[in-house]
Design a protein around this ligand. Sequence first.
Ligand code: FES
Ligand code: FES
Length: 186
Amino acid sequence: PPPVVVFAVNGERAVVRCDGAGDVDPGASLLEFLRSRTRFTGTKLGCAEGGCGACVVLLSTYDAAADEVTHATISSCLTLVNGLHHRAVTTTEGLGSTRKGHHAVHKRLAGFHASQCGYCTPGFCMSLAGALVGAEGKGKVAASRPQPLEGFSRLTAAEAERAVAGNLCRCTGYRAIADACKSFAA
Ligand code: FES
Ligand code: FES
């Protein structure tokens, strides 16, 4: 591994030493890092084993050979900090906030009353946002579409549903969530 891992979290630089001499364990999960070392605690711990979607974030990677950025939604509980060199992480706070203005996925989930306790909501937001910027399912890096994160592309209803297939909600029926997701369908 490189002597230090340098990556971005919502546009802010993060540096983690890999020699064990720093105060962050490079073998820690990204979820642990986000929740203990940043103020971006919207990303939640659910199962810690990739099964619930509460910890989903967007990971962006620049491919120099192709000169393009690709995006993938990932489970941050299964992603180690030492694998993030030169990558960019976007959490729900990076999509938007009360101060910067909320992203369309935030507004849509709120507008459809698709959140109760809210614990699962950031994960749903990121899975949906990932689909809207061209990610094709968790863990896979897909060809990027040109839309910036602030914008969104159109999905089919099936794509919208598939985007959140890995996200669990312990509060709701899924009707309102599905309706919010499908509202992005062409
Ligand atoms: Fe459940 Fe990561 S905490 S998938
Ligand atoms: Fe409570 Fe989904 S709104 S877990």
